[in-house]
Design a protein around this ligand. Sequence first.
Ligand code: NI
Length: 174
Amino acid sequence: MAVLPVIIAPDPRLKVRCQAVGRIDAEVRRLMDDLLESMGPAKGIGLAAPQVGITRRVIVVDVHGEDEEPNPLALANPEILSASDEVMVNEEGCLSLPEYYAEVRRAAAIQVRYVDRQGKVCELAAEGLLATCIQHEMDHLDGILFVDHISALKRNIILRKLSKMKRAAGEAAD
Ligand code: NI
């Protein structure tokens, strides 16, 4: 397993529609493991393959609470089968937009179908934080960031600040 660097927005690699994975082979399993390991140090609760530069439809989530055991979940080719009419608003962040948060409206409950690490087709009913997290990570597979759900004004402020931060970091490295 390896901790992979997470791509910071704005970046064209985060705006790509990812391709479905075929068979769950050793390469896909390693991607799942790497994603889980890569979100750990940053205390993320989810990560999507495009955030580490791999344009495949794979996401990982782990929304366990502080006093709970880890509950890592890797989902390949996730699809939402149904979503509740009820919506919820949660403050979201993203490892690709470090230090920025915004309230996003999403379905409160979803039914998801995906292929697991063993290649088995699974269905999962998710609500609350897990539902938010899965919807956020699935958005990444279609090149959508949480800031795409907020006003253009707020989005542009955040992306401009991140651009500036990246330029400063790049200059410091030169
Ligand atoms: Ni994200």
